[in-house]
Design a protein around this ligand. Structure first.
Ligand code: ZN
Length: 285
């Protein structure tokens, strides 16, 4: 009898101690092409964790929050992602060894629509000078995207930069004067010229100069692979290298660059992939 009680006590004690490598990930029930979703990683100690999916990976900080160790990552899927399932793994490196946990979720496939627009010929048939300028600007953006801050400055709810409704949604395949273009990499939000534009999250301004296509543009690095973009502004109120807070006014709506009227093009890039920002806004409508 005594032996049985001792055994029982031992068992109770054992079950109270977290199992070695108590690594766990919280995921949504499904993913969607052209969207990003939040992954929460729970660990039993503070250790570097890498979240991997497809050919992507991101290092995250797992820190003590509410009496447990956890960290978050945004996982992104490109608009043209065709696979039916997605495997997401968390890899934790501890002095005792490497722990890995993997889960697979189904991927829903959204069909993005087409849009036909008529624009001034000078924006479709570019001069060599304009094209050279565009390529140089694109190269600058690409190299910036390769040197992003490792530390996360964003939180799960991104702020809608202006209150206006959507005039053109993410992912639309555009045709300018009948010629196919890159699918829409962000959303167009309605706004009168001069409407204040707010930063969607804390971050650092990396680019704040006029561009041929996108006009007066701002790129903000929010850390851990997340970059937001604000195009066609009439006024830019921040400088490159400046730290901004979520909700801070960074510029004003305008009609600079390749546009037919004033609006804000807002884009969100997560681990090198353009995603629909709407599902990540705290205020979706
Ligand atoms: Zn746009």
């Amino acid at each position: 009898m005594i032996r049985r009680v001792v055994l029982l006590i031992c068992f109770v004690l054992l079950s109270a101690v977290p199992a070695l490598g108590a690594l766990r990930i919280d995921l949504p029930e499904s993913a969607m092409n052209g969207r990003a979703f939040l992954v929460t990683v729970h660990a039993d100690a503070q250790a570097p964790v890498k979240v991997t999916w497809g050919d992507k990976n991101i290092s995250i900080s797992v820190v003590k929050t509410d009496n447990e160790y956890k960290g978050v990552a945004l996982v992104s899927l490109p608009r043209d992602f065709a696979k039916k399932t997605l495997q997401i793994s968390a890899v934790e490196e501890t002095p005792a060894g490497v722990n890995t946990v993997s889960r697979t979720i189904p991927v829903e496939h959204k069909k993005y629509r087409e849009q036909h627009l008529k624009v001034d010929r000078k924006y479709v048939e570019l001069s060599k000078k304009s094209l050279d300028r565009h390529y140089a600007e694109r190269a600058t953006v690409r190299s910036m995207m390769e040197s992003l801050a490792a530390e996360r400055m964003w939180d799960a709810d991104f702020l809608r930069p202006i209150p206006g409704g959507i005039s053109s949604e993410f992912g639309v395949q555009r045709f300018f004067n009948g010629k196919p273009r890159q699918p829409h990499s962000g959303i167009d939000l309605r706004g009168k010229k001069g409407t204040p534009i707010k930063a969607c999250a804390d971050g650092m301004v990396r680019i704040a100069i006029p561009h041929f296509f996108s006009g007066q543009s701002i790129y903000i690095d929010h850390g851990q692979g997340v970059v937001s973009m604000y195009f066609h502004m009439s006024k830019v109120l921040v400088r490159e290298g400046e730290t901004v807070k979520k909700g801070q006014v960074i510029g004003k709506v305008g009609a600079t660059g390749r546009v037919t009227g004033p609006h804000l093009h807002f884009g969100l890039n997560v681990s090198g992939v353009a995603v629909d920002p709407i599902p990540l806004f705290s205020e979706k409508k």
